[in-house]
Ligand binder design. Structure first.
Ligand SMILES: [Zn+2]
Ligand SMILES: [Zn+2]
Length: 322
């Protein structure tokens, strides 16, 4: 299924072939304007923040001086794509009307802060259906539409693939596609997808051994034109465990296969954000991002060598394609 109505990608006509825009989730301690210098300090070209305390209901607005201070701080960095991740308390699929209404208010406030800070994307988890999967999916799509209607603007909404713990929606590519398809067409162009490698692995997609197959399935079900952001986390919990546990890149169960991921043609030019503990538990540092650049280079070289072998084989007329 292709998605002809997907939001337009920010095309940047680079002079050199596009690279993965490597970055991380960074802290806003001290205020949102403190985040960009933290991204700069680790050499990030993409950045994710929380625009409020993610484990609290208390809302806030971003206004006036905060917005200009944030814009100034951002302009002094190499960051080209910005996202906020929404609150963990939001459940837009809840069967409880009061909880769903509260979640919708919170979701709309998240969107308003993104608009005020002129962030590119809001990353949001599909909800927990709790009673019945199909009804939960319908409620989730309805609430997404209500939020987008309430807050018109330029920030794209990215639904993040989940690990599928409990009654979490969106752990299969097909269900994610169904959720997006259930958003009314006039709003759907604002909706894209964020793929989290650790979640996908925990949901049962084996990135460590059937790599190409996983992405073929993603392309068939959702379409790469919907893919806007990658969460680059290694998996600390086993394949199909439905447990959301992040490991530092190279230290989890996806391991060295992350180089294939970083080198994948479909992901070049996209932001890839680390949400990992980092070497000392204080988040990823500059060395961690350098490690990723190195992994990507290795992956690209291996992919080029593989392509050259393929070409040679077909030139010899063996006709074998694996
Ligand atoms: Zn997330
Ligand atoms: Zn996670």
């Amino acid at each position: 299924m292709s998605a002809p109505d997907a939001p337009p990608v920010c095309r940047r006509a680079p002079a050199t072939p596009p690279e993965v825009l490597l970055g991380a989730h960074v802290s806003t301690a001290g205020g949102t304007a403190e985040a960009p210098p933290r991204a700069k300090a680790i050499g990030a070209t993409a950045m994710q923040i929380f625009s409020k305390q993610a484990n609290r209901w208390a809302e806030r607005e971003c206004e006036g001086e905060e917005c200009s201070a944030f814009a100034d701080a951002l302009a002094a960095t190499e960051v080209r794509v910005t996202c906020a991740h929404d609150s963990y308390l939001i459940n837009l699929a809840s069967p409880d009307a009061a909880h769903r209404a509260r979640s919708l208010d919170s979701f709309a406030a998240e969107l308003r802060r993104c608009e005020a800070l002129r962030l590119d994307y809001l990353v949001s988890h599909p909800g927990n259906f709790m009673d019945d999967r199909a009804s939960g999916l319908a409620r989730n799509a309805e609430s997404i539409a209500a939020g987008l209607e309430r807050v018109p603007g330029r920030t794209g909404l990215l639904m993040e693939t989940t690990a599928g713990s409990g009654t979490a929606l969106g752990s299969t590519f097909e269900e994610m596609a169904a959720l997006i398809a259930a958003v009314p067409e006039q709003l759907r162009w604002r909706v894209g997808v964020c793929v989290d490698t650790a979640h996908v692995f925990a949901a049962g997609y084996d990135l460590a051994s059937s790599y190409d197959d996983v992405w073929d399935r993603f392309g068939d079900a959702i379409g790469f034109d919907r893919l806007r952001v990658l969460h680059l986390n290694d998996a600390a919990a086993p394949l199909a465990s439905n447990r959301d546990r992040h490991a530092n890149v190279g230290e989890g169960l996806i391991g060295a296969k992350m180089s294939v991921f970083l080198a994948h043609d479909a992901f070049q030019g996209l932001p890839a954000l680390l949400e990992v503990p980092g070497p000392d538990g204080h988040g990823p540092d500059a060395a961690e991002l350098e490690k990723l650049r190195d992994l990507r280079r290795k992956g690209r070289r291996a992919a080029a060598a593989r392509a050259a072998r393929e070409r040679n084989r077909s030139r010899r007329g063996s006709g074998h394609h694996s």
